[in-house]
Design a protein around this ligand. Structure first.
Ligand code: GAR
Length: 201
């Protein structure tokens, strides 16, 4: 009897900037036994550095500048046109700094994940490292979660924690958290691709 192997899940990555988490996912997906392949990288900004990086890995790239569209829905229709070509099973947001409409998040429910630099539900939104210091938190971290309509909301897939140490600055925290982001995002994507983490409710 021949062994039946599941095909790798097709993943589109959405970015807005340098794309270091994107690179971590691309690197992980090069392993033969990784359950996902990266089929395209999309940016809402034409000058996102991650687009060039993705291209050097031979990955399809596309951008649509959100400012060219009069509404969020118009932008998302353009994004959906690109996704139709790439046929992803999963969308991974990796520093994608656009709020998505409930219609879009509902359409991709259980198939769209995000990484956020805080221990959600604490410190949603921007400037999380500053917020952690201002709040006097003793620990900080990052979260990979399924995307639901609320910003930086939705069921957690994985979290990593780091202690906040005396003398920490937003930059020192960002540096330590990023190491953890690059570790847990590929792990979380693998869980989703294997069907070991699901969000249906
Ligand atoms: C990462 O720290 C990511 O967690 C954060 O943006 C950065 C992108 O860096 N995402 C959010 O804040 C989403 N709310 P990268 O482009 O080097 O991956």
């Amino acid at each position: 009897m021949s062994a039946v192997t599941d095909p790798k899940k097709r993943v589109a990555i959405l970015i807005s900037g340098r794309g270091s988490n994107m690179e971590a996912l691309i690197a992980a997906a090069k392993a033969p036994d990784y359950p996902a392949q990266i089929v395209g990288v999309f940016s809402n900004k034409p000058d996102a550095g991650g687009l060039r990086t993705a291209a050097t890995h031979g990955i399809a790239t596309a951008w649509r500048w959100h400012k060219d569209y009069p509404s969020r829905t118009g932008f998302e229709l353009a994004l959906s046109d690109v996704l139709r070509l790439w046929r992803p099973d999963i969308i991974a947001l990796a520093g994608f700094m656009r709020i998505l409409t409930p219609e879009f998040t509902e359409k991709w429910k259980g198939r769209m994940i995000n990484i956020h630099p805080s221990l959600l539900p604490k410190h949603r939104g921007l400037h999380t490292h500053e917020a952690v210091l201002a709040a006097g938190d003793k620990e900080h971290g990052c979260t990979v979660h399924f995307v639901s309509p609320g910003v930086d909301e939705g069921p957690t897939i994985l979290q990593a924690r780091v202690p906040v140490i005396p003398g920490d600055t937003p930059d020192s925290l960002a540096e330590r958290i990023l190491v953890e982001e690059h570790r847990i995002y590929p792990e979380a994507l693998a869980l989703v691709a294997r069907g070991a983490a699901t969000y249906t409710g």
